[in-house]
Ligand binder design. Structure first.
Ligand code: CP
Length: 307
């Protein structure tokens, strides 16, 4: 049995296989419509979510399986003080696979020590969001057909943004990826990502404070939200909340085949006028998330011998 706690739990070959499987699911939906018949996915969301939880649930239904769970810690016995370990010990008696989001970094790993079924990290604090990263990799592959030799701009809250940290770790494993890190100094990528991930890879990076100076060279622009919930004070959030707003004027010097991505939800960092630009791929990205999660559920259940 295997869990997915971080994207690096998967080898590059396994990621390739998952992407091929997701593409096959898109092409041949009927072939997969009943493969999880009789299986149950539990979605344990101790933190709010729209895309991740609902795409996991849609994914399991489209595989012919069933779903149970909660979308709010307040409606679970966590509100009475039950530990993550005990919750997961119980839920793994009721379900064949568990997707879990938790505000505490490392909570899904703790859960994995006690679970008798595969645990999928659906986001833990500011640490990691591996299924978003699989979604992002799948989108990059569908748009660019490769992972090597790309210039990737990451813009916004690069300090607390777990999707950014996961994506850097994942893309660093490919050849000649150039990162342009676009953020205010106070929200720059944490030092450990620079020293332990970026500087130990074949990738290069530079840090800038405006979108305009990065735009002409980018193959991918990955926008992120300034996350109110991660700041220690409202004043700090207000200081940064409108630091970057992508609108059509900022795209004037961008490549014709730029791919604009965003894990969503957005607040106002991408003006709605950009939605109709053919380079805007963030809604396709969210849809891709359902297909890659179908591939992940099938793969983890097979690895665990449940399929
Ligand atoms: N991208 C993402 O994780 O969205 P949700 O918070 O809505 O799940």
């Amino acid at each position: 049995m295997r869990h997915l706690l971080d994207t690096t739990d998967l080898s590059l070959e396994e990621i390739d296989e998952m992407i091929s499987l997701a593409n096959d699911i898109i092409e041949n939906k009927e072939k997969y419509a009943h493969i999880c018949s009789g299986k149950k996915l539990a979605t344990l969301f101790f933190e709010p979510s729209t895309r991740t939880r609902l795409s996991f649930e849609a994914a399991m239904y489209e595989l012919g399986g069933n779903v149970l769970g909660f979308s709010d810690a307040g409606s679970s016995s966590a509100s009475k003080g039950e530990s993550v370990e005990d919750t997961v010990t119980m839920v793994s008696c009721y379900a064949d696979i568990i997707a879990m989001r938790h505000p505490l970094e490392g909570a899904p790993r703790v859960a994995s020590f006690r679970s008798s079924v595969p645990i999928i990290n659906a986001g833990d604090g500011g640490h990691s969001h591996p299924t978003q990263t699989l979604t992002d990799l799948f989108t990059v592959y569908r748009e660019k057909g490769r992972f090597d030799n790309l210039t990737v701009g990451l813009c916004g809250d690069l300090k607390f943004g777990r999707t950014v940290h996961s994506l850097i770790k994942a893309m660093c494993r490919y050849n000649n990826v150039k990162f342009v890190l676009i953020s205010p100094k106070e929200l720059s990528v944490p030092d450990y990502i620079k020293t332990d991930v970026l500087e130990k890879s074949s990738s290069s990076y530079r840090e800038v404070e405006t979108m305009e100076e990065a735009m002409p060279e980018l193959d991918i622009l990955y926008m992120t939200r300034i996350q109110r919930e991660r700041f220690f004070s409202e004043d700090e959030y207000l200081k940064h909340k409108d630091a970057f707003i992508l609108d059509l004027s900022k795209l004037e010097n961008a490549k014709e085949d730029l791919t604009i991505m965003h894990p969503l939800p957005r607040v106002n960092e991408i003006a709605t006028e950009v939605d109709d630009d053919p380079r805007a791929k963030y809604f396709e990205q969210a849809l891709n998330g359902k297909y890659i999660r179908m591939a992940l559920i099938k793969t983890l259940l097979e690895w665990g011998g449940a399929l």
